[in-house]
Ligand binder design. Structure first.
Ligand code: SAM
Length: 259
């Protein structure tokens, strides 16, 4: 009893306050809010979500999930930090490359300038892979542009920097690495003549402003729908379909993005 008392009084004021107010019990309202805002569901991973949000709250000195929920409704920066913390964006160059090869074939057939959308683009590997594959196939640099959107601001900042690790370029040939990257201290820095073909926009697919970014000849949306439930997947599919110039052109979904 005495030891416990001694331990408590030795805490700083902030720490004492946190000991008294911490309440990280029911994460369901955060889960619901996050799903409504981003589409991403943690329905089958409540324990993981609870542990992640608890860590986030402690880092931000927020004592309870209720306090966090109230705060993110007004504080856009805090909300963005939570979105950045909870969305997953691990990817690599030339992932599911057969689809990129198919895109290259279609772009060559068009023989004119095309606009390509990557929604989501994550840290940039997918849109940059498209650029590399198009140039490798001899498509004129002036004949295409790629727009990448993602809800995660950290991912987009990495995409804009375009500095990668070996695991990200593991599918590229040594020749391609030599040609398109500068190697420095174990980092693979993408060259500017590739970067200049991609524009990144911080954007939530479900935000009404998404539709105002324009219409596209080809739409890629790979490995995002896997984080959505069935109803949200269908909603996302409808939005993505409305972004096409040609309603007959199929969208490139990821192999795991089953409906
Ligand atoms: C695993 S990455 C996929 C990246 C790339 N398309 C690929 O296949 O390699 C999934 C991305 O979806 C993004 N995302 C999740 N919900 C989103 C939303 N509502 N709007 C835009 N991006 C979203 C995440 O931030 C994450 O970067």
């Amino acid at each position: 009893m005495f030891d416990f008392f001694k331990k408590k009084v030795s805490l700083s004021n902030d720490e004492q306050k946190r000991v008294v107010t911490e309440d990280y019990a029911d994460v369901s309202q955060i889960a619901q809010y996050f799903k409504n805002e981003t589409g991403v569901t943690f329905d089958k991973q409540t324990t993981i979500l609870k542990s992640k949000v608890t860590t986030f709250c402690r880092q931000m000195a927020i004592g309870s999930f209720r306090e966090l929920l109230n705060a993110i409704k007004d504080d856009k920066k805090l909300k963005q930090s939570l979105v950045d913390y909870l969305t997953t964006n691990e990817t690599f160059f030339y992932r599911e490359f057969k689809q990129i090869e198919e895109l290259v074939r279609l772009v060559k057939n068009e023989g004119r300038r095309v606009e390509i959308l990557c929604a989501p683009s994550a840290t940039g590997e997918e849109p940059y892979s498209i650029v590399i594959a198009l140039l490798e196939a001899g498509v004129m640099p002036s004949n295409f542009h790629v727009t990448g959107i993602d809800i995660n601001s950290d991912a987009l900042s990495k995409a804009n920097k375009a500095v990668y690790r070996e695991r990200n370029v593991r599918n590229l040939s040594l020749e391609a690495i030599e040609k398109y990257f500068t190697k420095e201290n174990g980092n693979y820095i993408l060259k500017d003549f590739i970067k200049q073909h991609v524009t990144f926009i911080l954007m939530n697919l479900f935000d009404p402003s998404f539709k105002s970014i324009g219409k596209f000849d080809f739409v890629f949306s790979r490995n995002m729908l896997i984080y959505f439930d069935q109803e949200t997947k269908l909603k996302a599919k409808e939005i993505l379909e409305s972004m096409r110039k040609n309603q007959n052109q199929d969208i490139f979904f990821g192999h795991a993005d089953l409906f």
